[in-house]
Design a protein around this ligand. Structure first.
Ligand SMILES: *Cc1c(COP(=O)(O)O)cnc(C)c1O
Length: 241
């Protein structure tokens, strides 16, 4: 066993303990929370090691980077998430390269994803893509994500697209030193989800929120998916978000 394998394994063990404790504090079960290992900047070998240690969901933030790694990982039965901002001109590729796009923030993008899946191959096996809508929680804070004011309009429009499964919301708030300061943001996303679900009259089970340093707080506030990079794979060579 290589040093790296041991490290990823050990990291995973520590993450699972943290998830377990946070879930218990919140009166939730750890099994309700999906760990998405964010593997951006790390080579395919690290993804394989994490898979062998038990991780089944992975997140990448760039289409091109994932296209480069994917050929050596085609035999892994994992769920691949796109978690980063997606440019419209890469949407068609992304629709076929990922199982879920967690960062949809415009109707134009949703339409492109939908159209990409409506190809001739549909005749044999209809293809569907899970999506989450990324919400911008405060106007001034981040560039990506739909504003809360535009959320329900986007959600209603997306529901009409037959190749997309709209399952919930995600957010990428700016990192704050003290994880506790993230709590109001996570609460805000959960409230936005609850309000939207009532309005649409359908369940929106997924809340993707929380990263390496604040996922406990996110779990306490209802996260069903946490996106963990550094705590699993180690620090990134480039400090890319
Ligand atoms: C990089 C990234 C993460 C993981 O961040 P860490 O702090 O390393 O856990 C999560 N979500 C998104 C969208 C990212 O780009």
């Amino acid at each position: 066993m290589s040093v790296e394998t041991k490290t990823i394994r050990e990291n995973l063990e520590r993450i699972r303990e943290r998830v377990e404790r946070a879930a218990r504090r919140a009166g939730r079960r750890a099994e309700e929370i999906t760990l998405v290992g964010v593997s951006k900047t790390f080579p395919a070998d690290c993804i394989r090691e994490a898979f062998e240690a038990g991780v089944r969901h992975f997140g990448e933030n760039r289409v091109q980077e994932w296209e480069g790694k994917r050929p050596s990982l085609t035999n892994l039965e994992a769920t691949w998430h796109l978690v980063g901002h997606l440019q419209s001109n890469k949407a068609a590729r992304a629709a076929h390269l990922f199982h879920t796009v967690d960062s949809v923030d415009s109707f134009a993008l949703a339409q492109r994803l939908d159209r990409a899946l409506a190809g001739p191959e549909e005749a044999t096996e209809p293809q569907r893509l899970r999506i989450l809508i990324e919400v911008r929680l405060a106007e001034e804070e981040t560039k990506s994500g739909v504003s809360q004011a535009d959320l329900s309009g986007l959600a209603e429009a997306v529901l009409a697209l037959s190749h997309l499964d709209f399952c919930g919301l995600m957010c990428i708030p700016p990192l704050l030193e003290n994880a506790e300061l993230m709590r109001p943001r996570f609460e805000k996303l959960r409230d936005a989800r609850d309000t939207l679900a009532r309005r649409l009259g359908r369940a929106l089970p997924v809340l993707s929120m929380g990263m390496s340093h604040d996922f406990e707080v996110a779990i306490e506030e209802g996260a069903t998916e946490i996106r963990v990079g550094t705590a699993l794979f180690g620090s990134r060579a480039t400090n890319r978000i």
